[in-house]
Design a protein around this ligand. Structure first.
Ligand SMILES: [Zn+2]
Length: 105
């Protein structure tokens, strides 16, 4: 198990997610309020807020998994399925390095 390579990948993913969260957070909470004159604009605005909110929630959940995977690298339990305790398949780890479970679980 090449812990260092996975660690580097996970750190990259973490950077990417944090960048994304910075942007969505800014968009959701830090920009100036815009009052749309027309109702259609308002509802469009709400729709995009909701979309961005969902993106932010997704990024937060993913970030949590990445952080957990990094902890598992530190304590050398990375790559072990959190459910059955078997080694997670390499192709699965390559596809989703922060996965908690093996393909079977
Ligand atoms: Zn499993």
């Amino acid at each position: 198990m090449d812990f260092d390579a996975f660690k580097a990948t996970l750190v990259d993913i973490r950077e990417e997610l944090m960048g994304r969260l910075g942007r969505t957070h800014h968009h959701l909470y830090e920009r100036e309020e815009r009052v749309s004159a027309k109702f259609s604009e308002q509802s469009q605005e709400l729709e995009s807020q909701e979309l961005i909110f969902n993106l932010e929630e997704e990024a937060k959940a993913e970030l949590k998994l990445v952080e957990e995977a990094l902890v598992r690298i530190t304590d050398r339990t990375f790559g072990v399925c959190q459910k059955c305790g078997e080694q997670v398949q390499t192709q699965r780890l390559n596809a989703v390095p922060y996965t908690r479970y093996c393909i079977d679980c």
